[in-house]
Design a protein around this ligand. Structure first.
Ligand code: 3PG
Ligand code: MG
Length: 400
């Protein structure tokens, strides 16, 4: 595995694949970045290359446009933020079209002097980035690699995607692993090698089906696996409890039953929940026992008793990995579970890792200092797939 110190980049063009997929607020006249964590996390690699007098060409996806330009997913606001954070101009190569690595990009990149930086437009505006057809991805990867002499893979949040810029371009250029990917890997390796015990994992989020692989992989390795968020209702249903109008994946009930049987008391579910009459910030709500959700009501947070239990386990763990909010924390009435868990993890003295966009955003929205955690990962899906033991295409391509 090579790092950027192994590349002779001075005076050369270096294509950096970052994950600048930031949340945007589209309610105003221009899109506004609501959390620039991923832009900040991309800085060390870009700065290191600029210090080495490389010509730096950054590229990323943003959102999930379907292989065609969509103005609201332009990286233009990210170019502006990147420029502010770096303190140098960032030449933006977007022109509203889908020709991401074509004439306009070649012109912008060709105009870079040593120590200057450019940003390409959203890679997913080009159908070749995410195409299911390997030949389409290869053709786009050819175009992208023609822009540079070196490639640095630093898009940790996207390493689980077999997309052209992530998995194909590094096959075409001398490449290295970026600083962010190195930092993320160091933490994930600590979680998977010999984690200090007790090792607790807190999982939230809406779907059991998304987390099934990681639950299966982690159950034999952890001391406690605490399940909150929307997915806890499928587990409660598997215990035979009524879940009212809560989120439910009925096709997953049998799977949850067998997980519960296998896990014994290591799998911890909430004993009470906050239920609401409807999904709204101002909905009527109350706390009920987890086996007594009334007909028609929906669970939007774990209850105070469950929060205390989760916080106790999380706060007392020597190793803690937390992925996914415990409730609809964007609505203050349903934020207490997520806040309780976040504050307990932050206050604990264990090795603490927050995985993923939503949980990281929750931490920042709730105003908990980022430094209270050992690490806040920029990759949700990527860190889960790593913990699951899967081969990640973007890491394999970098010889990791
Ligand atoms: C993410 O936010 O999960 C990463 O940027 C990857 O994006 P994706 O899930 O749309 O592939
Ligand atoms: Mg994702």
């Amino acid at each position: 595995m090579r790092t950027i110190d192994d590349l002779q980049v001075t005076g050369h063009r270096v294509l950096v694949r970052s994950d600048l997929n930031v949340p945007l607020d589209h309610s105003g006249s221009a899109p506004r970045i609501t959390d620039d964590g991923r832009v900040r996390a991309s800085l060390p690699t870009i700065r290191a290359l600029l210090e080495r007098n490389a010509k730096v060409v950054v590229c990323s996806h943003l959102g999930r446009p379907k292989g065609a330009p969509e103005a609201k997913y332009s990286l233009a606001p990210v170019a502006e933020r990147l420029s502010e954070l770096l303190g140098v101009p960032v030449a933006f190569a977007g022109d509203g079209g889908a020709d991401i690595a074509g004439d306009r990009a070649r012109q912008v990149v060709g105009g870079l002097a040593e120590g200057q930086v450019a940003l390409l437009e959203n890679l997913r505006f080009h159908p070749g980035e995410t195409s299911k057809d390997a030949a389409d991805r290869a053709a786009f990867a050819d175009e992208l690699s023609a822009l540079a002499e070196f490639y640095v893979g630093d898009a940790f949040g996207a390493v689980h995607r077999a997309h052209a810029s992530v998995a194909e371009v590094p096959k075409r250029l001398p490449h290295a692993v970026g600083q962010l990917v190195l930092a993320e890997l160091e933490v994930l390796r600590a979680l998977t090698s010999e984690p200090a015990r007790p090792y607790a994992v807190v999982l939230g989020g809406s779907k059991v089906s998304d987390k099934l692989g990681v639950i299966r992989a982690l159950l034999p390795r952890v001391d406690s696996l605490l399940v909150g968020g929307g997915m806890c209702f499928t587990f409660l249903a598997a215990l035979g409890h009524p879940v009212g109008a809560s989120l439910l994946e009925s096709e997953m009930i049998d799977t949850c039953k067998s997980l519960l049987a296998e896990a014994g008391d290591r799998l911890v579910l909430p004993t009470d929940v906050v239920v609401a009459e409807k999904f709204a910030a101002d909905a009527a709500h109350r706390v009920v026992a987890a086996d007594a959700i009334p007909d028609g009501w929906l669970g939007l947070d774990i209850g105070p008793e469950a929060t205390a239990v989760f916080a106790g386990v999380a706060g007392g763990a020597a190793t803690i990995f937390w992925n996914g909010p415990m409730g609809v924390f964007e609505f203050p009435a349903f934020a207490a579970g997520t806040r309780g868990v976040a504050e307990a993890v932050a206050a604990g003295s264990g090795f603490s890792v927050v995985g993923g966009g939503d949980s990281a955003a929750a931490v920042r929205t709730l105003g908990i200092p980022e430094t209270s955690f050992t690490h806040i990962s920029t990759g949700g899906g990527a860190s889960l797939e790593y913990l699951e033991g899967k081969t990640l295409p973007g890491l394999a391509a970098l010889d990791v």
